[in-house]
Design a protein around this ligand. Sequence first.
Ligand code: SF4
Ligand code: SF4
Length: 381
Amino acid sequence: MKSIVAIRKCQDYEPSRLRPALEKAISESCDYKSLIKPGDTVLMKPNLLRSSNPEQAIVTHPMFVEMAGEILRDCGARLSITDSPPLGNLQRVLVKSGYGDLLRRLDIKPVPLLQKKMIEFGDNRIYKRLELASEAFDFDRMINLAKLKTHCQMTLSLAVKNLFGLVIGTDKASWHLRAGKVQDNFAHVLLQIYETVRPDISIIDGILGMQGNGPNSGEPRKVGIIGASTDAIALDSVIGHLVGFPPDSVRTCVLGNDLGLGNADAHNIEVVGDDLSGFPLTDFEPPKSMSLAWNLSYWNPVSRFMENHIITKPRIDSDLCIKCGVCMRHCPPQAISDSSGKMVINRKACISCFCCHELCASDAISIKQPFMGRLLSRISR
Ligand code: SF4
Ligand code: SF4
């Protein structure tokens, strides 16, 4: 059966334009008025990576969440909101990212994620079990409200990646460590989470996206689209195409399609909504780490050469570093240390997960791709 992905154009977060565009996208993607019944408890899951000004495009824009909340409330839903930000508690990130008023206006209850629930998978899966926040399972419906951003590790952060926020706190780092240097391993972690929680509708805020070295310190980029679907893999696949990424570059789409979790093949997706002239974009900047090297095996005989000349690694700018120690505490393989008051990265131990880059609020960690890596990336595109 074909998956339906609705795409609507919307140039800004002005409520009088945003609400109708959002409502059209949701209603074209599914019969949401039958799905959400009066009295249903509905959990909204935006991207709340860290406290930030919404114009930085790090979090799902609060006005986007407010308009989605209004639409759901008009169906009679009782609304809650959640995420597990790696830094700071949920309440603080909500308030500091401009969500305070909308929570009051729509009577939305923040749900901190505290309790773990063990999910078991069959022997044929890469990971036999994983722990997710049990609070995420206490609701009648889940609405996934992702942000369109580049992602140094996974190329793009879209609807499937957004659900990684349902892994509690420091458990995120341990999953990066278990997945190691192989991008597909981490894609499987994300897909097993998606398979477990299966949000009822996924909606992507692509009005103001992020290009370059996302998801924390890339450059805000106006894209002007809203996407909605009940199939997050199809939605991610369409949005990836619209911002000009090759079909196989978003690994959760490729592997999710192969596993039968959703459709990433254009023949099995019906795109509805606005005319999409002007897309796909040809100048949406990818992350510098987007490289074929990421998928090469750790035990490859030329791995030492690759470490030094091909694989992208983070670098710390000592002038910008305020020595808060956040990167050191959250580095999954503990590859960052404090050497006489200076943060240094052990390149050999680094697994290029870019958690440090994602979490540094001082923009002191940059992504530098070696010359050979840049060359190979260009050839492989
Ligand atoms: S998180 Fe950023 S500012 Fe803090 S120690 Fe690491 S590099 Fe320095
Ligand atoms: S140094 Fe940064 S990119 Fe490397 S493993 Fe640690 S957190 Fe990940």
